[in-house]
Design a protein around this ligand. Structure first.
Ligand code: AMP
Length: 292
């Protein structure tokens, strides 16, 4: 009997794998054909930033697999785990249209079954006094889930956004420290036309806050250009903080750091330098960063 003709959107719908056994079976089929695999871990609520990671995944490997898992271990009790946006059906459509090959979307019990008792303790870039100062349990949760995903998938490459710059450095560190074979690849931040970095959390912004939000990136751009022009670091960073505060943000941090180690730097001569920032607009916390 001939296969039924499906509408385009359904024809392109990728397989959705719910457990590690199904994931490993799919991966084994690809590997048997000599195909390479790229993993893109996400928490879903996909936007054009995530789609750009899939495009990079497809450029780096034969098969692109995306994990969609809102990881409870990386949220503190006072954070947004309960209301983090979940848009699974739209995510499947976007990922399929981007040319992805399969989605791994396990339930929480698959990742953390009864009796689960392990967490990675992370130092170095995870203890740089940036995000970790405000979210002290966050990177242990990220590291643990990413280590699990890398073990489950054993990908040739794993793609992470520079949007979460400290996270990218933490993951590169654990992959190296724990001898994961996957090559960790960073991808540039995708932005709205006005400069705001795309984020699943941008939906939390009120329309007034959305108007003010690009000031964070604008301040980083201005600061980076002043530093490139020879401005003193302390003054340039203080000016960036003042302009972000003037736009209505409460600043958690704006810092110039060494782009590899995330150690503090006093001048661009100690570089490469990265500016990293986190600030709240109302109840929405935005993070961003930029190369100097
Ligand atoms: P998440 O949004 O936390 O699910 O992140 C999943 C992956 O997408 C992470 O590697 C992020 O760094 C990356 N990502 C998030 N936003 C962007 C963006 N605007 N541009 C590029 N990558 C992004």
């Amino acid at each position: 009997m001939e296969a039924p003709i499906l509408p385009d959107s359904q024809q392109r719908r990728v397989p959705i794998l719910r457990d590690v056994a199904a994931l490993r079976a799919a991966l084994a089929g690809w590997r048997a054909r000599g195909e390479t695999i790229a993993l893109t871990p996400t928490m879903g609520a996909l936007h054009a930033g995530h789609v750009s990671l899939v495009a990079l995944a497809k450029a780096k490997a034969d098969r692109a697999i995306m994990s969609i898992f809102v990881n409870p271990a990386q949220f503190a009790a006072n954070e947004d785990f309960g209301w983090y946006p979940r848009t699974f059906d739209a995510d499947v459509e976007l990922f399929s249209a981007a040319g992805g090959d399969a989605i791994f979307a396990p339930p929480v019990e698959e990742m953390y079954p009864q009796g689960f008792a392990t967490a990675l303790q992370v130092g170095g870039p995870a203890a740089a006094s940036l995000e970790d100062r405000f979210r002290p349990t966050h990177f242990s949760g990220v590291a643990t889930v990413v280590a699990k995903l890398l073990n489950q998938c054993q990908p040739d490459v794993a793609i992470f956004g520079e949007k979460d710059f400290q996270q990218l450095r933490v993951i590169a560190r654990i992959a190296s420290d724990l001898d994961f074979e996957a090559k960790i690849i960073g991808a540039p931040t995708v932005r709205e036309k006005d400069g705001l970095a795309l984020s699943s959390r941008n939906v939390y912004l009120t329309s007034e806050e959305r108007k003010a939000a690009p000031a964070l990136y604008a301040a980083l751009v201005c600061c980076a250009s002043a530093l490139r022009g020879g401005a003193a670091m302390e003054q340039a960073v203080a000016a960036a903080r003042a302009s972000v505060e003037a736009a209505g943000f409460t600043v958690d941090y704006i810092e110039a750091r060494h782009a590899e180690t995330l150690a503090p730097v006093a001048s661009t001569a100690e570089g490469p330098v990265r500016l990293l920032a986190a600030a709240k607009l109302g109840r929405t916390r935005l993070i961003d960063n930029i190369a100097v």
